[in-house]
Write a new protein. Structure first.
Length: 265
């Protein structure tokens, strides 16, 4: 009887230790991902493999990751507001355009070929780098956060919503390129609108994963706690560093992501 009690206690102790180690890992990964996502994008290339490494199926990892994305962007929106960078009326309009695509994309996300996805994503990221490196002589960047938009913005937001609902990975890069080039916004306001848009469309996308039972709440909230801290400080650095800093971080993050997707390292 005593031997059985000792085994049970050791088993409980080991389980608690494993869960604590998982929490620490996800918390630290979340901080890094939250910081990267606010300033550029691609944080999910860190969080998704980590969640899968900790034992989650790909679909569950995809859904669990959305908890961190949701709370991360809530934290970022709050931080931007505190820094007096907010145009919530326009952010809300842009976010609404993404909702239909996000819902459809989330439904399609259950079945996806990793190999095809990685090739397409790498090509998209290369395209984003090219657009960021192009000279900006052709247009004057708006510095008031309002920008300009036409029917192309509506189409782009729907497509971005679909992609974000589908896989999420790298959506920040695409969204930044669209807002910067189509709406002629500077990169600080691009990031401000970006976090609000992703916050809103993540809600229906997460609901789809919850309904289909593809969310691990314990791991998701562990990750989200780090995401929120990283996002909060990411905004501080974004506002302080300005466009040059954001552009540097953005291009560096995209290059690393492309190299990883193409299995170069």
């Amino acid at each position: 009887m005593e031997y059985l009690i000792v085994r049970i206690c050791n088993s409980i102790k080991e389980k608690c230790l494993n869960e604590f180690v998982q929490f620490i890992i996800l918390f630290l990964v979340g901080i890094a991902a939250g910081f990267i996502n606010v300033n550029a994008g691609g944080g999910s290339t860190i969080t998704l493999p980590t969640l899968i490494f900790l034992g989650l199926d790909a679909s569950v990892a995809n859904g669990t990751n959305r908890i961190g994305i949701l709370l991360q962007n809530f934290s970022a929106v709050s931080s931007f507001k505190r820094e007096q960078y907010s145009k919530f009326n326009l952010s809300f309009k842009l976010a609404l355009m993404t909702l239909p695509g996000a819902i459809i994309g989330a439904y399609f996300s259950i079945n996806i070929s990793d190999k095809v996805f990685e090739i397409i994503l790498a090509l998209v990221m290369i395209g984003v780098i090219i657009t960021l490196l192009l000279p900006k002589k052709s247009f004057e960047v708006s510095s008031n956060g309002e920008g300009k938009y036409s029917w192309t913005v509506y189409l782009a937001m729907f497509g971005i919503g679909f992609y974000g609902g589908f896989v999420q990975v790298g959506v920040g890069f695409i969204l930044m390129a669209a807002l910067h080039h189509l709406m002629k916004l500077n990169l600080i306001f691009v990031n401000m609108h970006k976090v609000f848009i992703i916050l809103l469309y993540t809600i229906p996308a997460l609901l789809v994963f919850i309904i289909s039972d593809n969310v691990n709440w314990i791991l998701g909230l562990s990750l989200a706690s780090g995401n929120m801290i990283g996002a909060w400080w990411g905004v501080k650095f974004s506002v302080k560093g300005g466009e040059k800093y954001i552009r540097f971080v953005l291009i560096a993050a995209i290059i690393i992501m492309v190299l990883k997707l193409l299995k170069i390292f």
